[in-house]
Design a binder for this molecule. Structure first.
Ligand code: MG
Length: 493
């Protein structure tokens, strides 16, 4: 991301610009030096660790082997409220795990709804006909529906409680349609399910904003969800490999440990923004040549939006007439001003839709050297390159292993090998600051000084910025680190 806010034209974004390298650079330092805010180490840690999550996954849970050993996640807000969301759940059908990172803009409503709903759409699309029939029978007979996902929630995660019944109704309509289709049979492949679920959920978001709903609260939520937007990057991690579906500029990067123990990064997604030439061409090709110079302006869609694919954002998808009629129909029931919708029409809005959510889906077969997967919102990748992030997590991982008690195999080391181990331990004697690798990433993302060192003062200034200033100097950051079960890959290979 190249400037403060993803939506252009909001109060401050026009006068804050990042350098081409993506960092806030000297502007940040000079401004921070003038700020008199400083935090103690304890205060810094308590802010950085407030949203930490760590979940250990049993290697074998009685049903099957897990490709994931553990995951660690964290979020740090710049917006208030945070517009990033994250999701993690086991898919009970595939026995794999689903991880999502969602970066909202124009409010958090769309990211919130997508983080609650998308994994269900994916799991349902994968389910074979006979399981869907069972779900439908349970609904008809008023029996409890068998679980579809096992969620791993952070205590700070929230839900749109007032819309829960609506979301279940529409998920049910989705599986009923799958049941009615001739060829659902054994369920969709993971690739097709990811692709279809993204598009299907976005269609539901669009329709829910157009149809009458039971309560005004439900309706205003549906409008807020549809008029705000969210990018999404979702990974399904199974014993057979990793599928990543990406729409927008969140990113999935694999941490690979080479034979010489060094670390390298393998991106499993490509950012869909104006820095991606193929993406620019894709967007331009969808509109008449007369719009070639206006579809993307200032590196933004119609000069407004940074990501080139997203959920919601009906301002870029619906005709102006439809937008107006939906808002008009609402005007008598609710105070539209209170919804904080971005209602203006983008310039050169001639041949909508300009935006869709169809994701790119990639597949990577797990190899023994694949050690972890990092999912991050652009707030993370703005500050850290892929290689740097992988190196940080890799070293963090090795550092912890070196500090752990001797394993049974290490107890049998020769004297020379033991000396080498002790030497490495000594090198790493400085205690790691964070046990959670996602926190380790966020700490370095915000606290790395000009010489690549971790600078406590810089971190303190960054975290002490008052609410109205924080968003000018950093974005919301979400990081999830998924540790892979490499032994499994060895076995498979
Ligand atoms: Mg962001």
């Amino acid at each position: 991301m190249r400037s403060g806010n993803r939506l252009h034209g909001v109060e401050w974004s026009h006068n804050v610009a990042k350098s081409a390298s993506g960092s806030w650079g000297g502007r940040y330092l000079s401004t921070c030096q003038n700020l008199d805010y400083q935090l103690s180490g304890i205060q810094i840690n308590s802010i950085l660790r407030a949203n930490e999550q760590v979940v250990l996954i049993p290697e074998f849970d009685g049903r099957g082997l897990s490709a994931v050993r553990k995951f660690e996640s964290n979020q740090l807000a710049a917006n208030k409220p945070n517009e990033d969301r994250r999701s993690a759940a086991s898919c009970l059908q595939t026995k794999g795990m689903l991880f999502g990172v969602f970066d909202g803009h124009g409010g958090c409503a769309c990211a919130q709804a997508v983080s609650e709903r998308l994994l269900y759409y994916i799991a349902v699309a994968i389910m074979p006909q006979r399981i869907l029939e069972e779900l439908e029978r349970c609904m008809e007979q008023g029996r409890p529906v068998p679980p579809i996902l096992q969620w791993y929630k952070h205590h700070g995660d929230v839900n749109f409680r007032e819309s829960a019944a609506l979301y279940v109704d529409h998920l049910r309509v989705f599986w009923q349609e799958l049941l009615d289709s001739e060829d659902h049979g054994d369920g969709m492949s993971q690739r097709d399910a990811l692709d279809y679920a993204f598009r299907r959920l976005d269609t539901d978001i669009s329709l829910e904003a157009q149809v009458p709903l039971y309560t005004d609260l439900m309706k205003t939520t549906a409008i807020q969800v549809a008029f705000s937007g969210s990018t999404a990057c979702v990974a399904h991690v199974g014993v057979d490999g990793i599928h990543v579906a990406n729409a927008g500029d969140c990113r999935a990067v694999l941490g690979v440990q080479e034979q010489d123990s060094s670390w390298s990064a393998l991106p499993l997604s490509r950012d869909q923004n104006s820095e991606n030439p193929a993406e620019l061409e894709r967007v331009r090709a969808q509109h008449p040549s007369s719009e070639r110079d206006t579809v993307i302006q200032d590196d933004r869609l119609l000069g407004v939006l940074m990501p080139l694919r997203a959920f919601g954002d009906v301002r870029f998808k619906w005709s102006q007439e439809l937008q107006q009629s939906v808002l008009d129909s609402l005007e008598s029931r609710v105070d539209l001003e209170s919804l904080n919708l971005y209602r203006y029409t983008p310039p050169n809005f001639l041949t909508p839709p300009y935006l869709d959510v169809a994701p790119d889906v990639t597949y990577h077969k797990l190899r023994p050297q694949d050690r972890f997967l990092i999912l991050g919102s652009d707030g993370l990748w703005d500050e850290l390159g892929n290689e740097k992030a992988v190196q940080l997590v890799g070293e963090h991982m090795s550092g912890f292993r070196l500090q752990a008690p001797l394993s049974p195999s290490e107890r049998q080391l020769s004297l020379g090998e033991m000396q080498e181990l002790l030497r490495k331990r000594k090198e790493r004697a400085a205690p790691a600051l964070d046990s959670n690798a996602a926190t380790h990433l966020i700490r370095h993302a915000l606290g790395t000084g000009d010489y690549g060192d971790l600078c406590q003062e810089r971190l303190g200034s960054m975290l002490a910025l008052p609410e109205d200033l924080a968003r000018m100097y950093r974005d919301d950051i979400t990081a999830t680190v998924v540790y892979l079960n490499s032994d499994l890959a060895k076995h498979h290979n």
